[in-house]
Design a protein around this ligand. Structure first.
Ligand code: NAD
Length: 333
């Protein structure tokens, strides 16, 4: 018997596909509806492992299309939304900011509006879970970490659009009483990330003997979390998170970009059985990204103490799995 109907948006993308696969397999009594517009970043091959499952369905819909989203709420007894659909690449947001406003701000408010209309003020058993980023908090100096109380200070059109979406989710909570929860997570890595992002770019170029671009001097620091650990956090927040709360999710795993790039180069060389240092020799420093935040770090104390979440995948293991997955993909292409 189906006990929950969850609308996952962006389920054909990187994190969304791992989440969909996890929910479909772990909870056969939940109906999982994957809504995705299949932009350049969405790919149904990402969810092929569960495509035939009885408790899974896919809808190709744009979240900014209010009529289409309304229809979905009219047809399906959706009680939970987990919202991941977004434009997600900072460099693209610098080139073309308006699509980020459209998808991330207008799309999120469209979903909120459709859910609100469908749930008609009777919010019992309902939840709107918004998945967001630590980039909304801005940039840190050499010390400190973002907590849930850190003031928002987004710097790129991407982070500004995600910050806007977070504010609208909170507005629906305070204004209409919609049960919402938000998580803000650090950089994810793992299989199925679109090959424009840092880690797949490094692997791809290393394999093809092409220059490996590193912004500025490579000293920007990011916290890295394996995608499976993020999915585990989302599962916990979905089931045990407190309504109206925000949870920061992070790997406690900070790396300067240049050091991370070198580690990945080493893993690629090892897995290809070639001389250590071959890939590293391809590193090419390129002019820094405009407004490049120096450092992000997450204080994940709240989710750790309240929900008992800690990351389970160390960087070596996570990178080995990620590199192995991409090498297989590239050799199949
Ligand atoms: P992604 O770019 O891999 O996937 C985004 C998905 O959203 C794609 O399948 C795309 O087709 C879909 N989409 C885009 N516009 C749409 C629209 N208008 N209507 C419906 N679907 C649309 O992104 P990701 O890296 O998996 O990130 C997922 C979410 O997690 C995003 O909200 C992102 O801000 C957040 N997040 C990502 C990271 C990270 O490191 N990747 C970290 C923290 C938070």
């Amino acid at each position: 018997m189906i006990t929950k109907t969850i609308l996952v948006t962006g389920g054909a993308g990187f994190i969304g596909s791992h989440l969909v696969e996890h929910l479909v397999r772990t909870y056969p009594h939940y109906n999982i509806i994957n809504l995705d517009a299949l932009t350049y970043a969405g790919n149904l091959a990402n969810v092929s492992a569960v495509a035939e499952a009885d408790n899974y369905s896919f809808l190709e819909v744009d979240i900014t299309d209010l009529d289409a989203v309304r229809k979905i709420f009219a047809i399906y007894p959706i009680d939970t939304v987990i919202h991941l659909a977004a434009e997600s690449h900072v460099d693209r947001s610098i080139e073309d900011p308006l699509i980020f406003v459209r998808t991330n701000v207008v799309g999120t408010t469209t979903l909120l509006q459709a859910a609100h209309e469908a749930w008609k003020g009777s919010f019992g058993g309902k939840l709107f879970y918004h998945v967001s980023t630590d980039e909304v908090y801005g940039s840190l100096g050499e010390t400190g970490a973002f907590t849930e109380d850190t003031p928002y200070d987004p710097r790129s059109p991407y982070s500004a659009s995600k910050a806007g979406s977070d504010h609208f989710v909170r507005a629906w909570y305070h204004t209409y009483g919609m049960p919402v929860v938000i998580s803000n997570c650090s950089n994810n890595y793992g299989p199925r990330q679109y090959p424009e992002k840092l880690i797949p770019v490094i692997i791809h170029n290393a394999v093809l003997d092409r220059p490996i671009p590193v912004y500025g001097k490579g000293i920007n620091v990011r916290d890295w979390l394996y995608v499976g650990d993020h999915v585990a956090a989302i599962d916990l927040i979905l089931h045990r998170g407190r309504v109206g709360e925000t949870y920061n999710v992070g790997g406690n795993n900070e790396w300067r970009n240049i050091d991370l790039v070198r580690r990945i180069c080493g893993t690629v060389d090892e897995q290809l059985g070639r001389k250590l240092g071959t890939s590293e020799a391809l590193i090419a420093f390129v002019p820094d990204r405009a407004g490049h935040d120096l450092r992000y770090a997450i204080d994940a104390e709240k989710i750790r103490t309240e929900l008992g979440w800690t990351p389970q995948t160390d960087l070596t293991q996570g990178l080995e799995e990620t590199v192995a997955w991409y090498l297989k993909e590239f050799s199949a292409a």
